[in-house]
Ligand binder design. Structure first.
Ligand code: ZN
Length: 475
């Protein structure tokens, strides 16, 4: 049986793993690369396998770096089944339709600017080809992909045939996220168990449940986004958020929160709802300026069975955890523009790493003001504007113009959707000494290496940090 690392190898995006059991061929995730233009250019490279040969794609969750190239795969001949949970199916569709819209808009804007600059139709065509500006996929491609979903509940073993069985487990990362267990009978009729962590959440998160612990495996593929860091305590994080909101309210500064539409947005709404209920905060207007986040929130509300006890309890009391006095849902771009003149407000807008979306306009209008607070609640990939702001760069470029960053910048790690070094080690620890090899992926190179060293020291199990397109024989 072969395992090939087709993405998220020594980097945090582009998750894609290829397995050939000898009888079946499948992928775990088919994500897009994100961050710098060089990273994004990798989305245009050919897959190192034939999409038409695949029987399945197992999708761990709906984040773009895990599902972003699924429509491309279908366009290139994949016609098997896409296996995931119900919320993942619904959220992936929202995420991919949104990406199709944004790509089409960006491309239109770029071509009209190029033509204004004197390029001919043919030159535009050529330039767009060489600079990978053509949209990766269209709305029709997403619709075609959506026909292939097949949903399964957590913790239920599914027998595909005598040689192949799988089970989805709760990864506690975002709603519907899964770790996946596979049992494969090899040529010698021996069963081998392979486990993919997917992205693992922080135990104790409010809405999603804690990651399921898995007792044994022959091979484990584990993420390492925060493999060399310890997050701040959640209560401290909450106090910090409250203090920022109160300070901004007092001095009439604006608080900008670049949000990931799925999970971070809902976690923050959840906490602010509690602040308001406990009367720690009142009269502070909060604008959710992200059409995708609003759609994702609507999907969250459809799947209360996936919530953990905290969130269920609120719901049973009749309190909608995602609604409170002071919350305004921004419907359209015109309303978004009207926020420019307002002071003493909170704006939550995408994208979460400031690579596009409405947050860009809000940054442009607020970043030079010393009363502004910018609050980061998720991982910032290298090469993104978000990362440059977090790294403390004084001058930042937004829409082709330099702006001085005078804002107060905060990073609230306690809200991360990813477990930290301790959480990942704890999850891996539940396998005991059963794995023959542990592959460490989905982390920046140095982080993955440090985490692999630590796991090896703790367990003496062989740990490997694979290169992109490296292939291994699983015996
Ligand atoms: Zn994720």
């Amino acid at each position: 049986m072969k395992l090939k690392f087709c993405g998220a190898a020594k980097t945090v995006t582009g998750s894609c793993y290829y397995i050939d059991t000898g009888e079946l061929k499948f992928l775990v995730d088919c994500g897009a690369y994100q961050g710098s233009r060089e990273n994004e250019a990798m989305n245009y490279e050919a897959f190192p396998f034939n999409p038409a040969d695949l029987d399945f794609v197992f999708l761990t969750h709906a984040h773009f770096d895990h599902c972003g190239r699924l429509p491309v795969l279908v366009k290139q001949g994949f016609h098997g089944r896409i296996v995931c949970t119900q919320p993942t199916r619904d959220l992936a569709k929202v995420v991919l339709l949104d990406a199709a819209h944004i790509q089409a808009e960006d491309y239109e804007r770029w071509t009209s600017r190029a033509k204004e600059g004197g390029m001919t139709e043919a030159e535009v065509e050529e330039e767009s080809f060489y600079t990978n500006r053509k949209p990766l996929f269209t709305i029709e491609d997403v619709e075609a992909m959506a026909q292939l979903f097949e949903v399964y509940p957590y913790s239920t073993s599914v027998n595909i045939n005598n040689h192949f069985e799988f089970r989805l487990r709760d990864a506690g990362h975002i709603i519907g996220s899964a770790s996946i267990e596979f049992w494969v009978k090899n040529e010698a009729e021996r069963t081998r168990k392979i486990v993919f962590s997917g992205d693992l959440g922080q135990p104790g998160a409010r809405i999603v449940k804690d990651p399921d612990l898995i007792r044994e495996a022959d091979y484990v593929i584990c993420e390492s986004t925060y493999g060399n860091r310890i997050h701040r305590d959640r209560n401290e994080t909450l106090l910090e958020l409250l203090a920022i909101l109160q300070a901004a309210q007092k001095n009439e500064g604006n608080v900008l929160i670049p949000v990931f539409a799925i999970e971070r947005t809902q976690e923050i709404l959840y906490e602010v709802n509690l602040f308001v209920e406990q009367r720690l905060l009142s009269g502070l207007p909060i604008y959710l300026d992200s059409p995708m986040a609003s759609k994702a929130t609507a999907i969250f509300k459809q799947y209360p069975d996936f919530y953990d006890e905290d969130a269920k309890r609120l719901l049973n009391k009749g309190d909608d955890p995602f609604e409170f006095p002071g919350l305004h849902i921004v419907e359209d771009a015109e309303e978004s523009k009207r926020l420019i003149s307002k002071r003493g407000i909170v704006i939550m807008a995408g994208s979460g790493m400031c690579t596009g979306g409405r947050i860009m306009h809000h940054l442009k209008n607020n970043i030079e003001n010393a009363k502004t607070h910018i609050v980061f609640v998720g991982y910032q990939v290298k090469g993104t504007l978000g990362r440059r702001i977090v790294d403390g760069e004084r001058m930042v470029r937004i829409f082709g113009r330099e702006y001085e960053n005078n804002a107060k910048v905060h990073t609230l790690g306690g809200f991360s959707a990813h477990g930290d070094e301790r959480d990942l080690s704890y999850w891996l620890g539940s396998f005991g000494h059963t794995p023959k090899q542990i592959f460490i992926t989905h982390g920046d190179e140095q982080v993955a290496e440090e985490f692999a060293d630590k796991i090896y020291k703790d367990t003496q199990i062989e740990t490997i940090v694979p290169n992109v397109n490296e292939e291994f024989e699983l015996k």
